[in-house]
Design a protein around this ligand. Structure first.
Ligand code: AMP
Length: 122
């Protein structure tokens, strides 16, 4: 964690000040279930380093960004999403980001269930 205090909900989760249902944790990242799941499985993958949004990342963050994307399918599979899932990163006001600590949403329905709704027009 960096210089300024991370007063976001996710900062509090990282510090253990509020509880979360953990999916994965190591020195660099934390993953936990979203409290308002939009699919059978919905968890958030966050860096422990305080980075408010994707737009605040720098070249220094390339390794952690890569690690998060690398972990997403591994954790998704462990959570039962063996036939695909969706990832999403909301950025800033126009991206409807609510919590200003960078996070990747990973969500999907279990195999045999309904595929997610089409997100982008084709
Ligand atoms: P975003 O709109 O991309 O910033 O997403 C924030 C997400 O955090 C939403 O999907 C919320 O449901 C989720 N969320 C908010 N508070 C908590 C919490 N205490 N534990 C787990 N997820 C949370």
């Amino acid at each position: 964690q960096s210089m300024t205090t991370n007063d976001t909900i996710f900062g509090k989760i990282i510090r253990g000040e509020i509880p979360s249902k953990k999916v994965y944790e190591d020195d660099d990242v934390l993953a936990f279930h979203d409290i308002h799941p939009v699919a059978d499985v919905h968890f958030l993958l966050i860096p422990k380093k305080y980075i408010p949004t994707l737009a605040d990342t720098t070249a220094e963050d390339i390794a952690i960004l890569g690690k998060m994307l690398h972990l997403a399918p591994i954790l998704a599979r462990e959570q039962g999403l063996t036939d695909g899932f969706r990832t999403a990163i909301n950025t800033g006001r126009m991206g409807r980001q609510d919590v200003y600590h960078l996070h990747i949403h990973v969500f999907g329905n279990k195999p045999g269930g309904e595929p997610l709704k089409v997100m982008l027009g084709k």
